[in-house]
Design a protein around this ligand. Structure first.
Ligand code: PRP
Ligand code: MN
Ligand code: MG
Length: 179
């Protein structure tokens, strides 16, 4: 798999250090408030799992699965809900956790949907932000890193469902997807 990677952007150590900072910030901001972390599957799975262990609060977790890309490299513009939340979020402070914001379509859609369910608040935490290809503006409350406009994989992020298990964030070689 490493042979398919052009460049490692964030190593395991760099990710761990940034997550510790984000966890502290979120802990401070949500102390005394009912917090539900909403992980957006599948990409956010690994980031969420590591992040929640750095938040020192009695939070709840729930999961939504949405997909806008399928196996394509470009967003189709249509966001599909594959799995909805299990429980009511009324009165809860929601923290949507995403792996990457690219066009912004996924998060714009998710935030709109969640706001209709009467939560106390909705905020967004994303590990990565790729502003180069934004189509819908998204207000990011907690950000790990801003990334350049390459094809990003690893640490949960896939290309055609592969590379999610890389322990680092890297850029995929063009030769892998330009065939
Ligand atoms: C990817 C990524 C984000 C979204 C970002 O998910 O994990 O959820 O796309 O793109 P956007 O800002 O252009 O909407 P994808 O739809 O590939 O599903 P996955 O998480 O299951 O891989
Ligand atoms: Mn995703
Ligand atoms: Mg994907």
């Amino acid at each position: 798999m490493r042979a398919d990677i052009e460049e490692i952007l964030y190593s395991e150590e760099a990710l761990n250090a940034r997550l510790t900072e984000l966890g502290e910030q979120i802990t401070n901001d949500y102390t005394g408030k009912p917090l539900t972390v909403i992980s957006i599957l599948k990409g956010s799975n690994i980031f969420t799992s590591d992040l929640v262990r750095k938040i020192n609060l009695p939070l709840k977790m729930d999961f939504m699965a949405v997909s806008s890309y399928g196996n394509a490299t470009e967003s189709t513009g249509v966001v599909r809900i594959i799995k909805d939340l299990d429980g009511s979020v009324e009165g809860e402070n929601l923290l949507i956790v995403e792996d990457i914001v690219d066009s912004g379509l996924t998060l714009k859609y998710l935030k709109e949907i969640l706001l209709t369910r009467n939560p106390a608040s909705v905020k967004i935490c994303t590990l990565l932000d790729k502003p180069a290809r934004r189509k819908e503006s998204v207000n990011i409350d907690y950000l790990g890193f801003e990334v350049p406009d390459g094809f990003i994989v690893g640490y949960g992020i896939d290309y055609a469902e592969r590379y999610r298990n890389l322990p680092y964030v890297g850029i995929l070689k063009r030769s892998v997807y330009e065939k």
